[in-house]
Design a protein around this ligand. Structure first.
Ligand code: F6P
Length: 552
């Protein structure tokens, strides 16, 4: 981040100044703020390369944003950003660099890790992806019986599933007409059984994606898929029907996948940031390598913007600061992500991992307990579905739920007036949340409906909307590979900036380990008939009940 930053102050005085400022403006609603400043929307809107962020419908002022930028400076965000882009090992608990930006470094400027430029390796894998995806798409790559591939099944979980699953769906309008895409992640055998049932082994290609190639769910699903394939086509068919995406060549070979069919990535790619790597293979198979690279281009453009744009015009930074304001100063415990685009149906699930696995931490980089809240609970559904499910709570519940509304202005699907109706709802929701409806307005509305007297008065409190509920609106002209790349990178850098402000390491995920360890211990106890190991009395009781019911 370049020179336009104020000199860093100490962090605690800025938090204290923010708390005082919050109390000072507490009496001013958003209605007041909009009424007082006709230029408010423009003053609190940023755009970059066709992506527009309107954050004016938040309870904040210019002074709020200035203080929040002081906070980012005090947390040393420009220096942390430099370190990340320079390949320093900022993931200290795993001693790793954090370089998803290298995967989309389209300018090819060298990025050094341990004295070696990573770009030649990155480009070599991109070239292999180009060759392979072209052959599958044009039919030159055939299955073992000579038939062309018709179904691609990605087997992976977490970052090795959520990114490609979300992006293939988001970019369905660009999908290759012959290829169908399936995703299997859960260790629940129902998912793979139901996925494979209608497929023809002779036309099916499996992509086994796992950074470690040791993840229980993925290994179990991959073994089941291989058994399904070889039962139909014999062992010799594996080489034509299985490819792997991993950092672990030894385990890929042990599983029986040819080194020639392995697409490599590196330990400096975090799982939840891996869709830019060969983990994106299903995306490239679906939309073609040129369009996959357009997605990388979009993310790269956002990287440059985040790194170089001045703080007042910086979109990821602004999104991060508004989130910090809502979380730490206004006490919000959740964050809703509400895409008004059916293609982005999996975007909230994708962001759940990106945000909650990154910033769901309670210990700081220094090993001490953090003093403030970190990542909110993120959830969401595409509009308008969510409106008929949980928006009631967002409009009239007791909690403050900041919302990110996301929409493309154009649609790929010209179906009557559907898109105009969708966009009308997108616009209406943030307006309704901000304005609310006063008792006087509710009264007038009820009177117009013909109610009078006690019947009218009894309904008034139920028909009042408090309003003053914060939201951001993110608008793109249309959802295409480039804008999707920009959108994802926008959130990645938001998450990074928030992690720096909260003083945590956003790039490890130790919190997922304990459950994995205990499940590994419990599995043989569940399957065996020996005495179970020592557990708390609740777990012992549940285990005994399951064993009793499963006894032949
Ligand atoms: O359980 C958490 C996790 O480690 C995620 O961070 C990761 O994306 C997922 O598991 C899958 O890991 P792998 O790609 O190594 O199979």
């Amino acid at each position: 981040m370049s020179g336009q930053w104020k000199k860093a102050a100490a962090l605690e005085p800025v938090w204290a100044a923010l708390a005082r400022h919050r109390d000072e403006i507490a009496g001013r609603t958003m209605r007041d703020l909009f009424a007082a400043d006709p230029a408010r929307a423009g003053r609190f809107t940023l755009s970059f390369d066709g992506l527009l962020l309107d954050y004016s419908k938040n309870r904040l002022t210019g002074r709020t944003m200035a203080l929040l930028r002081d906070l980012a400076a005090a947390a040393d965000l420009p220096a942390w950003t430099r370190r990340m882009f320079a390949g320093e090992r900022i993931n200290t608990t795993e001693n790793r660099a954090v370089l998803h930006v290298a995967l989309r470094n389209r300018g090819n400027a060298p990025i050094m890790v341990d004295g070696a430029d990573v770009m030649p390796e990155v480009n070599a894998v991109l070239a292999r992806m180009r060759d392979f995806t072209a052959r599958v798409r044009d039919g030159a790559w055939t299955g073992a019986t000579g038939r062309r591939i018709a179904s691609v099944v990605n087997i992976g979980i977490g970052g090795s599933d959520l990114g490609p699953r979300m992006a293939v769906e988001a970019l369905a309008a660009f999908r290759h007409e012959r290829l169908a895409f399936h995703f299997v992640s859960n260790v629940d055998g129902a998912e793979i059984a139901r996925t494979l049932a209608p497929l023809d082994p002779a036309e099916t290609l499996f992509v086994v994606a796992s950074k470690t190639f040791a993840t229980q769910e993925t290994m179990a699903n991959a073994a089941t898929a291989r058994a399904w394939l070889t039962a139909a086509l014999g062992d010799g068919a594996v080489a034509r029907h299985f490819v792997a995406v991993s950092t672990n060549a030894a385990e890929v070979a042990r599983f029986g996948i040819d080194a020639a069919n392995m697409f490599e990535f590196w330990d400096w790619v975090g799982g939840r940031f891996s869709l830019w790597s060969a983990v994106g293979l299903p995306i490239a198979l679906s939309i073609g390598m040129d369009r996959f690279e357009e997605m990388l281009d979009g993310a790269h453009a956002m990287d440059g913007h985040f790194r170089d744009a001045p703080p007042e015009r910086n979109l990821p930074l602004t999104l991060a600061l508004v989130g910090v304001w809502n979380t730490n100063l206004l006490g919000a415990e959740t964050q809703a992500v509400l895409p008004y685009d059916q293609g982005l149906a999996r975007f909230p699930a994708y962001l759940q991992q990106a945000e909650m696995e990154s910033n769901g931490k309670s210990v700081g980089r220094d090993g001490r307990r953090v003093e403030r809240a970190t990542a909110p609970v993120l959830f969401g559904e595409p509009g308008t579905n969510g409106q008929h499910a949980f928006y009631q709570l967002i409009h009239q519940g007791t909690r403050l739920v900041p919302c990110d509304f996301i929409a493309p202005a154009e649609t790929h699907y010209k179906t009557g007036r559907h898109h105009a109706m969708l966009l009308a709802n997108f616009l209406a929701q943030s307006e309704a949340l901000m304005l609310g409806k006063t008792a006087a307005e509710a009264r007038a509305e009820l009177a117009a409906e013909g109610l009078t007297g006690a019947a009218l008065e009894a309904l008034v409190p139920h028909r009042v909307f408090g309003g003053d509920r914060p939201s951001n609106s993110i608008l793109v002209r249309r959802l295409d590979p480039r804008t999707l790349g920009m959108l994802i990178a926008l959130y990645e850098h938001k998450i990074f900036a928030q992690g720096v402000i909260w003083g945590i390491n956003s790039f490890d995920q130790w919190g997922v380990e304990l459950g994995k360890q205990l499940a590994t211990r419990i599995l043989p106890e569940l399957e065996g008939d020996g005495p179970p190991g020592r557990h708390d009395s609740s777990t012992t009781q549940l285990l005994a009940q399951v064993r009793a019911w499963l006894k032949p």
